[in-house]
Design a protein around this ligand. Structure first.
Ligand code: RIB
Length: 308
């Protein structure tokens, strides 16, 4: 069973001719609203990939709460621990450029009031706990401590970047997943030289019993566990919107590891899900199901990069 402790947002998405520079206004034709939030996106991705998933987080008592939870509900995610608090549901304003790149501004709303004691009674050695950094640092830190105490397995997704303060938490988790910016941020905080390669940052985040994974966008992923290294090249796809690709990767990787797949297959399934998630607008719309993930993962190769 996967438990996701994280953020739930409503995303307002505008397609733009290009992303704005600071101080600039860029006009797009229209906006669309989608369910989002890194925690919710990852919970949905894991459920669509076939895992049993419980979401722990919060929405407000406002009109955005229902749409923010609709996909999770439809996918059978256990929402009984999602609290409805007085206040506003998290909101993300997202601009998407024609090449699929995005720019995201987020208002936490009630995500800022999610507390680690909501995990009381929810953690056991059977729990696969998935965390991101979109909640406040304090509950994330406490969640990891509680998980350790309960002997639960923890996957920490380092997204979003901007808080190297949590770099020490890496030592307490079983898997850490970061993109290149996040891997550099955490790697430097853990002693790697600024300007190091993604491989070096990946090594700085790994350990004898800790899998580190660095996602490289169109270049695929690299991973390290002790002396073992892997690389998966990304499949060629028509990119529409990269929003939520990292979340789809984390959800599918978690689902694969939770059902006992080895690292190479789990990396291929994560890579397949991340790629497929780029093929439509919206973080959750294009989150693929188990059949699509498996079919694309079968075409990918996970190459060994270091001798064991
Ligand atoms: O990772 C993508 C997500 O980041 C969006 O859904 C948005 O809500 C922000 O949390």
């Amino acid at each position: 069973m996967i438990t996701v402790f994280g953020s739930i947002n409503l995303d307002l998405v505008v397609s733009l001719p290009r992303l704005p520079a600071p101080g600039e206004t860029i006009v797009g034709p229209d906006h669309q609203s989608f369910a989002g939030g890194k925690g919710a996106n990852q919970a949905l991705a894991a459920a669509r990939a076939g895992a049993r998933v419980r979401m722990i987080g919060a929405v407000g008592e406002d009109a955005h709460a229902g749409p923010a939870l609709a996909n999770l509900e439809a996918a059978g995610v256990d929402l009984s621990r999602v609290r409805h608090l007085e206040g506003t549901t998290g909101l993300a304003m997202i601009g998407v450029a024609p090449d699929g790149e995005n720019l995201i501004m987020c208002a936490s709303g009630v995500n800022a009031r999610v507390a680690a004691d909501w995990l009381e009674g929810e953690l056991s050695p059977e729990t696969f706990l998935v965390l991101q950094r979109e909640l406040r640092a304090e509950p994330i830190r406490e969640a990891v401590a509680r998980a350790r105490e309960a002997c639960a397995f923890v996957l920490l997704n380092a997204a979003p970047s901007g808080d190297a303060d949590l770099a020490d938490l890496v030592d307490s988790v079983g898997v850490v997943v970061a993109n290149e910016i996040e891997a550099a941020e955490l790697g430097i905080a853990r002693g790697a030289a600024p300007g190091s390669s993604a491989d070096a940052f990946c090594a700085a985040l790994s350990g004898p019993e800790r899998l580190s994974v660095v996602t490289l966008g169109p270049r695929g992923v690299i991973a390290r566990l002790g002396q073992n290294g892997w690389r998966v090249a990304a499949p060629r796809i028509e990119v529409v919107d990269t929003t939520g690709a990292g979340d789809a990767f984390v959800g599918a990787l978690s689902a694969a590891l939770d059902r006992g797949e080895g690292v190479p297959r789990a990396l291929c399934e994560g890579t397949a899900a991340g790629a497929l998630a780029c093929t439509a607008t919206g973080a959750q719309t294009s989150s693929p199901d188990a059949g699509a993930i498996s079919a694309l993962a079968d075409t990918l190769t996970c190459e060994r990069t270091t001798a064991s």
